[in-house]
Design a binder for this molecule. Structure first.
Ligand SMILES: Nc1ncnc2c1ncn2[C@@H]1O[C@H](COP(=O)(O)OP(=O)(O)O)[C@@H](O)[C@H]1O
Ligand SMILES: [Mg+2]
Length: 382
């Protein structure tokens, strides 16, 4: 190591533990001394075997090694050292740097190399950079580990919550059924003996219990649809939609309803879950156009940047966009049960199904002017 008259003065370096290996002992010692003057902790050896032994007994952050040495060359030393401590960073010193050497060095896990003879002011930034990369790598690994644990915790919590809500709704079923049955029995067998006011109250017990039973059933359906494993395949959206509409034939012939189906391209998704999406959207379209003559329901597609976009549009009751953020929440409804019956679970199922496909859904509406629900599936799904 030749001391350069323009070498920078010693600066308080961020301490680093450097293992120096060079078979030219004088050079190795000079390097140890100079770098330790700069605040590094240095230990030097004249052979790879000795260096590997040292690595087993004490930790190092950086291996600064000569490339060609008689017992073990710098590349295989670095490879073995990194097997032992993967966080170790390597810098090679070589007298005959070629592109091949550089490529080989990088393959063996070296971060950099310096050409001999070098000046201290050229070596210092190389070492600093290598140590900086090492700490970034370690921080990154720690973050990744942290993220993994968090994700696993979240997944576990989610599963637990799902299982919990499933078993709760399951357990609630039997008692509410019993309430409905007993109240029904009292009305049937003893209704005549009851004062009219008591009879009325009992009827309310019945209708509210029925409503609660429906909510529980819907909650179970919600849990079922969000847990159902995805079975992706090419889905013919046109025939899927026609099959859903078949279920509404009676209603279509009884009311003045015009149903327009545009050309619907196929997509990649889970056919039974996408059937549920179309069914829930169409059931809303039929329900909220009940007061319209004629009711017009349109199903079509929009060209969009983020994959195929399908829409279901109606000219029904609509809603104010002010409340649109509540549409997809569990049990959220924008209309009163007295006006339009329902439990407010349909759209939340639709949103969860689309999310699981990697798609999304949103709505555009105006009170009294109808509503349009648009959903997209990711481009790969087309
Ligand atoms: N096509 C539509 N037109 C007007 N309002 C709608 C429409 N679809 C959904 N909504 C509003 O969103 C709410 C939630 O819908 P949904 O989850 O399907 O529940 P439900 O149909 O049981 O009320 C509805 O109660 C209604 O207020
Ligand atoms: Mg609905």
């Amino acid at each position: 190591m030749n001391h350069d008259p323009v070498d920078p003065p010693p600066t308080p370096f961020r301490a680093g533990r450097i293992l120096i290996v060079d078979d030219e002992i004088a050079q190795m010692r000079a390097l140890c001394e100079t770098l330790s003057d700069r605040g590094f902790f240095t230990v030097g050896f004249a052979s790879g075997a000795e260096a590997l032994r040292a690595l087993r007994s004490q930790p190092f952050e950086l291996l600064l090694t000569d490339l060609s040495m008689p017992d073990m060359d710098g590349l295989s030393l670095l490879r073995q050292a990194r097997e032992f401590d993967p966080a170790l960073v390597g810098v090679l010193m070589t007298g005959h740097g070629t592109i091949d050497t550089a490529v080989e060095a990088m393959k063996s896990g070296a971060l950099d190399y310096v050409l001999k003879p070098f000046k201290l002011r050229l070596l210092l930034p190389v070492l600093e950079r290598a140590l900086g990369i090492r700490s970034l790598r370690l921080e990154n690994e720690a973050l990744q580990r942290h993220l993994l644990t968090r994700t696993q915790d979240l997944e576990a919590a989610n599963k637990e919550l799902e299982a919990y809500s499933h078993s709760i709704s399951h357990d609630l079923r039997a008692p509410i059924r019993a309430v409905i049955n007993y109240a029904g029995l009292i009305l049937a067998d003893h209704g005549e003996q009851l004062p009219p006011e008591a009879r009325e109250l009992l009827k309310r017990v019945c209708s509210n219990s029925e409503r609660m039973a429906r909510l529980i059933e819907d909650l179970l359906a919600f849990a079922r649809f969000t847990r159902h494993p995805l079975n992706r395949q090419l889905v013919d959206m046109a025939s899927l939609t026609r099959a859903v509409l078949d279920q509404y034939q009676a209603e279509i012939s009884a009311r003045a309803i015009e149903v327009r189906i545009a050309e619907l391209p196929p997509c990649l998704g889970d056919a039974s879950l996408l059937t549920q999406v179309i069914l829930n959207l169409l059931s809303n379209a039929f329900k909220f156009t009940r007061d319209r003559t004629p009711a017009v329901i349109e199903i079509g597609t929009l060209a969009g940047a983020d994959g195929p976009g399908y829409y279901v549009r109606d000219n029904g009751a609509g809603f104010s966009m002010e409340h649109a953020h509540r549409l997809f929440g569990v049990f959220q409804r924008l209309h009163h049960a007295g006006e339009f019956e329902g439990t407010g679970i349909g759209l939340s199922i639709v949103q969860r199904i689309l999310r699981r496909h990697g798609g999304r859904i949103w709505a555009e509406a105006e009170p009294g002017q109808g509503a349009t629900f648009i959903f997209t599936l990711p481009p790969g799904a087309a």
